[in-house]
Write a protein that binds this ligand. Structure first.
Ligand code: ADP
Ligand code: MG
Length: 393
């Protein structure tokens, strides 16, 4: 999705006030009645309705009058709220080109005042899996705030918490800088996703490093669950960095062994094919298969000493709870389905559709959108967070 932050400059205090009011209304409405937006925003002389028109023009909200006159945030509207909050916090001051399109995210460069470039990942968890969301409705019925805002926020919080904890334990991950709503700010990784690398000086060494990462993660009680050539970055010195953590699970998960083996398989397959490493064929630690005396590089899940406390203790400290983990797991296990229909069954506007090809290099390859770095005006009025606090009172 194109993220034209230019409009940010022209949005007034009132615009943000009303946008925040729509966000707040979405805690218990998929479509927020216009009167409710007006009541929350509390602008004088019917000002809310004029502002809503402006927000609609900039595609920050979507108008829905099928059941009643109401509005919901668009991804862009949610992006703007997160970006504005982070800019007000002084985390960065400019948004630049798009550097990645993931399955369920968009990644942009952002810059601080002194020119430091970082990566901003905007989670779009509902984007692909709206049908999965529907099938999970029963389970989540009691949860009024349940919608793509909630899921994307949860994914961001989880990613941030894992990145921080993993970094503190010496894993090669981007530095977790900050997090707001569905948005994670992290250090920019130099290099490329492994999938784009055609040649390596020391493929054996890189392979060992990567397999050791899977093992070390398991020793810490964790499985990446999407450990493959798209989520491993490599630089010119062949230094490895792993990314993309919203789907990680604990080694105590009931399907842990399957996830672990799948991660290992991905790496084996890729290195065999791309770099012609002679690695033995499938040889999982299934009962009765193969002999232990045969030297095998393939790590076996059952022989790894695991510490299961990591997930709960480390992550709870970052505000990501066991319950959050359960919620997001239930959703992610719903599988990924491609579609262009929103959670309330309507066709999504073109700019919110995501065409999810089967894992293709194209989808994951750097998307160098030809965008000039656009600076965000600092003097945009008071912080969204402050406003939210005011509104809460
Ligand atoms: P998704 O969960 O949608 O797959 P990823 O976190 O894997 O998202 O990011 C998608 C792509 O964006 C990556 O393959 C990579 O090219 C790029 N990317 C993500 N994070 C960074 C980063 N910190 N630095 C540089 N590029 C990144
Ligand atoms: Mg990824």
């Amino acid at each position: 999705m194109k993220l034209d932050v230019n409009a940010l400059r022209y949005l007034s205090k009132d615009d943000f006030r009303v946008l925040t009011a729509v966000e707040m209304g979405m805690r218990n409405h998929e479509i927020v009645p216009a009167e409710l937006v007006d009541r929350i925003a509390g602008l004088k002389h019917g000002g809310t309705y004029k502002v809503l028109k402006n927000l609609l023009k900039h595609k920050l909200v979507h108008h829905d009058s099928s059941k009643y006159d109401g509005f919901r945030l668009t991804y862009l509207g949610y992006d703007f709220l997160a970006i504005k909050t982070l800019v007000n916090r002084g985390v960065f001051s400019a948004v630049g080109r798009q550097i990645g399109v993931g399955k369920e995210s968009d990644i942009f460069e952002v810059a601080t005042e002194d020119g430091t470039i970082m990566a901003m990942k905007l989670h779009r968890l509902g984007r692909i899996s709206f049908r999965a969301v529907k099938s999970k409705r029963d389970y989540l019925m009691h949860r009024s705030s349940y919608n793509w805002l909630y899921l994307s926020r949860l994914a961001a919080l989880k990613e941030y918490a894992f990145m921080k904890a993993l970094g503190e334990h010496g894993f090669p991950v981007p530095e977790a800088v900050d997090c707001n709503r569905h948005c994670v700010i992290m250090s920019l990784v130099q290099g490329y996703p492994l999938v784009q690398v055609k040649e390596l000086g020391n493929p054996d060494e890189v392979f060992d490093t990567i397999i050791n990462l899977v093992v070390r993660l398991a020793e810490h009680g964790l499985i990446h669950c999407d450990f493959n050539e798209f989520n491993i970055m490599i630089d010119d010195e062949e230094k490895v960095t792993m990314i993309d953590f919203p789907q990680m699970v604990s080694v105590s998960h009931r399907n842990a062994k399957m996830y672990f083996d799948r991660d290992v398989d991905c790496i084996f397959k890729f290195f065999r094919k791309r770099f012609n490493l002679s690695l033995e064929e499938d040889n999982h630690d299934d009962e009765g298969s193969g002999s232990e005396t045969e030297e095998s590089h393939r790590p076996s899940f059952s022989s790894i000493a695991k510490s299961t406390g990591f997930l709960d203790k480390q992550l709870a400290a970052s505000g990501f709870t066991r319950k959050d983990q359960d919620d997001i797991e239930k959703f992610i296990e719903g599988g990924e389905e491609q579609n262009t229909v929103s959670s309330d069954g309507e066709e999504l506007p073109e700019n919110e559709q995501h065409h999810n090809d089967p894992i293709s290099t194209e989808l994951y390859s750097l998307q160098l959108a030809n965008q000039e770095t656009l600076s965000i005006n600092h003097a945009m009025g008071d912080a969204t967070e402050e406003l939210q606090q005011n509104l809460d009172n």
